[in-house]
Structure formats: structure tokens, C-alpha cells
Design a protein around this ligand. Structure first.
Ligand code: FAD
Ligand code: MLT
Ligand code: ZN
Length: 479
């Protein structure tokens, strides 16, 4: 790669004026233009309370045509825009850096159609993931994606972030289950790629570009997605292990013995469990004794007896061989939900404790926990909690370090150390949360400069004035 600093990302962008607001009010309903300082607070602040924008206006379009009119105008006026879904982004991508206009999709939340034979759902981008799950449950289907933020995040936000989550192990990434998208480009052009076909090799697959584009290439307004049939039999087990090596051996054994019915394989360490138990007084540790690590395995199949028989045989084998210390198979719907709640509430519980520095990395599974241990040594007693958990079945670790507050001195203990560590192992500095505002400067640890330059070429082609989510994803200086 070249060694000189060549390209600089700089565009001259404008700020919103009273005339701009008057223009937006001329075609949007009154409730779709928020300018009251109090109303703007939750839109300007991210979920972690780490990033704070200074936007003066939130626009809440109701139709794709509204989005098109807004972007056409903003492009002509060089007004920067941050597309926002449920604002659950963990890398500062969903809030303004300065005074960008916030374009919230939360008033575009209608289900457009469902084809029960093909299992294809089409809907507006602002539909909340959990609402889609509830809608599909009545039709005996499920969403191919599930995550702890389901009660707030939008399907459009999931697509824009290429969210992974708890079901990726079974149903793959959104690059596979997304069939079509409707996207409004920076100049207001509506790109109708709302295919409902599974197979369609008619030239470039444009929708793929927008999956994981984090609001920098276009605003997603509609989604067409393949939804799997609901399984008749669901089981979940909670296991404890004394060492990380035992966790890895459990994974190996689960792949062999449960392969075709396994739908999730998650792990958490005892610090992560302690954080949740301290936060959620209604939950208890499912196994008798606390150990160093825990594993959550879910199976979904078509025959309960068959799956339970397999699970019991698996449990007997891993216990008999001393691979796990203890294990519990959920005996009721409540216990099923409680075990999942333990795993899904880790991030919320950490967020309540203090300032959470989050590292979401892909690594070879054998090396994953070494990173947590190296960070524990490095941080010593300075952090409130240092813990590891995540989608180990997908090679994705969440390393979280909680300090009393966000401060440069804390960040400097962790960065660039974590990124350099991951880079040496040929891992990814972002497995599923994206790049946002947090990681453009470390993108080169996981992408070559050649690739980053191609990304910049695509960005310039689709958004030549740089109005869409500026200062996110691409680094300021490109070599
Ligand atoms: P936002 O946070 O609003 O936005 C995310 C990004 O997409 C931003 O860059 C934004 O500009 C852009 N964007 C949003 N909507 C649109 C749109 N319609 N068009 C174009 N761009 C848009 N992530 C995972 O991958 N796996 C997990 O398991 C997971 N669990 C989580 C659990 C919790 C408790 C929380 C708080 C977050 C979690 N996340 C996870 C992170 C986050 O990526 C997801 O919550 C979700 O995908 C974000 O959706 P959202 O609607 O909140 O998008
Ligand atoms: C999770 O897997 O719980 C999410 O990605 C959120 C997090 O990393 O905290
Ligand atoms: Zn995750």
C-alpha cells in the first residue's frame, strides 16, 4: 500500500437555518419536525451515553417519498444527515458528531406483506424487530435474526449495521437472508430493489452494498426478508465449566453431537454472570455452584423427543468426560426465558454499572479468552469489571471493560492495545457492531488500504457531497 497521505475526507457542509426548517414543515406533518431541546435529547445521545451530538432538528418522515424529498433538499443545501433507527448502536454511528440533521425512521413502521408459502416478509425499515417477531409468531415463522436490543432496534437499523446476534449460527448473516431493499440515495433517488426472490442473478447485487453500510451510502426505507418456519421443539441448556479449554471442548462436542439441531452456542464468564445477577433480582444462577465460565446452547428442531434425547445423551457425555462441571436443561417456558435473559441482559447490566468500553472482535476461538486475560492484567484494579462473553460459536468475542467514567486515560490503557492484539491474530476489529464513529481510525487493522480506497470510491459515487453520516466508517486520512 502507498505510504503517503493522499486523500482527505473533507466536504463543506452547511448548518440548518430557519428557512430550512420552514421548507421541511411545508411538506412534513407537524409532528414530524422536532426542534424542542427536550425532545431532541434522546436522539442526540447514544445508548452507551458515550457519544453526544448537537443536532437542532429531528425529522420523522412517514413515507419513502418524504425521505426522498428530505435527502434531495439536504443534498442541494449540503446539509449533513444521520439516519437513525432504534439508536441502539454500540459504536457511536447513530448519533450526530456535530449538528447533523437526525433522520429518524421510527414513524415508518408498517408491515407491507407476508407470503406464508415462501416465508417472505416485506416491511418498512422502521419496524421494531420484536414487533416483527410477534407478527410472525402468529404465522408460525420467526425472524432470522435475534438480539438483546430487539425491543428497540429497527429492522432497517439491523440491516444498516449488518447485525449478527444470537441466531447467526443457524440462519447465517443478513447478507444471506435479505432478499430485497428499498433505499433512498443521497440525491433523493429511490432505488427499488425490493425483490422477494431467492434467486436473482441479474447483474450486480446492489442491496449487498447497503447491508452494513451504517447509513453512509443511503437511507433504507423498506426491507424484504426470508423468515424461517418456527420450530416445534425448542430447548436450552445452561452449562458451567472450570476453564476456557473446557468451553472449547464443549463447543467441539456440541457441533458433533447436536450439529443439525443446534441454533445457538453462547458463552459468558463469571464476571459477566455476576453483573447480570447483581442487576436482575428476579434471575438466579441456574446451576448450583458458580464456576469460571458458562455456556448457553439452544436447539430448535421438529421433534421434541428426538431433540431431548440428543441433548440428554450430549449432556451425559460431556459430564461423564469431565468436560463440563454442571448443566441444566430448561424444564419450563419460564426457565427457558430466564436462561436467555441471563445472556441477553449482560450489556444492559454493565451499562448500569458505569462507562463501558466495548470491544467486539472476531478471533480464532482458541485465542479468544487470552485477550480478556491480557486486558485484565493490563487494567488491574482500575476497572470496575473486565469481562468476556459472546457468540463463541461464530468466533465472536465481546470484551467489556467498565470504568466509573469515560476518560482519555482509561481509553489509552485499552486502545490501540486491543486493536493491535487482534490485528496480530488476523482477527477483525468489528465482528458485528460496525465501525461507526468509534473505529474509523482502526479500520486499517482489519482492511487493507486498497480495500479502504475502494470503499471511498463507492462512497464518493453514491454520496458525492458527503452528506450521509459524515465522519463515520471511513477514516479521515486514507493512505
Ligand atoms: P441505530 O442504532 O439507530 O443505527 C445503527 C447504524 O445504522 C447507524 O450508523 C445508523 O446511521 C444506521 N441506520 C439506522 N437505520 C438506518 C436506515 N433505515 N437506513 C440507513 N442507515 C440506518 N448488534 C449485533 O450485531 N448483535 C447483537 O447481538 C447485538 N446486541 C445488542 C444488544 C443491546 C442491548 C444493544 C444496545 C445493542 C446490540 N447490538 C447488537 C448493536 C446494534 O447493532 C443493534 O442493536 C442494531 O442492529 C441497531 O439497530 P438500530 O435500529 O438501533 O440502529
Ligand atoms: C451481545 O451479544 O450481547 C451484544 O452484541 C451486545 C454487547 O456486545 O454487549
Ligand atoms: Zn453480540
Amino acid at each position: 500500500c502507498g505510504s503517503s497521505f493522499g486523500l482527505f475526507l473533507s466536504h463543506s457542509l452547511s448548518s440548518v437555518s430557519e428557512e430550512d426548517l420552514t421548507h421541511f414543515r411545508s411538506f412534513l406533518p407537524k409532528s414530524a419536525v422536532l426542534t424542542d431541546a427536550e425532545d431532541l435529547i434522546p436522539f442526540n445521545e447514544d445508548w452507551l451515553k458515550k457519544y453526544h451530538g448537537n443536532s437542532r432538528v429531528v425529522l420523522r418522515p412517514k413515507t419513502t417519498e418524504h425521505v426522498s424529498k428530505i435527502l434531495k433538499y439536504c443534498n442541494e443545501r449540503r446539509l449533513p444527515v444521520v439516519p437513525q433507527g432504534g439508536n441502539t448502536c454500540l459504536v457511536g454511528g447513530s448519533v450526530p458528531v456535530k449538528d447533523e440533521i437526525i433522520l429518524s425512521l421510527n414513524s415508518m413502521n408498517s408491515i407491507r406483506s407476508f407470503d406464508p408459502h415462501a416465508g417472505v416478509l416485506t416491511c418498512d425499515a422502521g419496524c421494531v424487530l420484536e414487533n416483527l417477531e410477534v407478527f410472525l409468531a402468529e404465522k408460525d415463522h420467526i425472524m432470522p435474526i435475534d438480539l438483546g436490543a430487539k425491543g428497540s432496534c429497527h429492522i432497517g437499523g439491523n440491516v444498516a449495521a449488518n447485525a449478527g446476534g444470537l441466531r447467526l449460527l443457524r440462519y447465517g448473516s443478513l447478507h444471506g437472508s435479505l432478499l430485497g431493499l428499498e433505499v433512498v440515495l443521497a440525491d433523493g433517488t429511490v432505488l427499488n430493489e425490493m425483490s422477494t426472490l431467492r434467486k436473482d442473478n441479474t447483474g450486480y447485487d446492489l442491496k449487498q452494498l447497503f447491508i452494513g453500510s451504517e447509513g453512509t451510502l443511503g437511507v433504507i426505507t423498506g426491507v424484504s426478508i426470508l423468515t424461517p418456519p418456527k420450530s416445534n421443539a425448542m430447548n436450552v441448556v445452561f452449562l458451567s465449566c472450570d476453564s476456557y479449554d473446557q468451553v472449547l471442548r464443549t463447543l467441539e462436542m456440541a457441533k458433533k453431537r447436536l450439529g443439525e439441531v443446534m441454533s445457538a452456542f453462547e458463552f459468558l464468564d463469571d464476571d459477566a454472570l455476576g453483573s447480570v445477577l447483581g442487576h436482575m433480582s428476579n434471575l438466579v444462577c441456574p446451576v448450583e455452584e458458580r464456576r469460571s465460565f458458562y455456556v448457553v446452547i439452544e436447539t430448535s428442531g421438529s421433534n421434541k423427543d428426538h431433540d431431548e434425547e440428543k441433548l440428554m445423551a450430549f449432556l451425559e457425555e460431556v459430564m461423564g468426560d469431565g468436560i463440563i462441571a454442571d448443566g441444566v436443561l430448561a424444564q419450563s417456558e419460564t426457565q427457558f426465558k430466564d436462561i436467555w435473559a441471563l445472556r441477553e441482559s449482560i450489556s444492559e447490566s454493565l451499562n448500569k454499572k458505569g462507562a463501558v468500553y466495548k470491544y467486539d472482535v472476531s478471533l480464532p476461538q482458541s485465542r479468544m479468552y487470552d485477550l480478556v486475560e491480557d486486558i485484565r492484567k493490563r487494567v488491574g484494579s482500575q476497572s470496575l469489571i473486565t469481562c468476556g462473553y459472546g457468540h463463541i460459536g461464530d468466533g465472536n468475542l465481546h470484551l467489556n471493560v467498565v470504568f466509573p467514567s469515560f476518560e482519555k486515560k482509561h481509553e489509552e490503557i485499552l486502545e490501540p492495545f486491543v486493536y493491535e492484539w487482534v490485528s496480530k491474530e488476523h482477527g477483525s476489529v468489528s465482528a458485528e457492531h460496525g465501525i461507526g464513529y468509534m473505529k474509523p481510525k482502526v479500520l486499517h487493522h482489519s482492511k487493507t488500504w486498497e480495500s479502504i480506497r475502494v470503499m471511498k470510491t463507492i462512497k464518493d459515487a453514491l454520496d458525492p457531497n458527503g452528506i450521509l453520516n459524515p465522519w463515520k466508517v471511513l477514516p479521515e486520512k486514507i493512505q
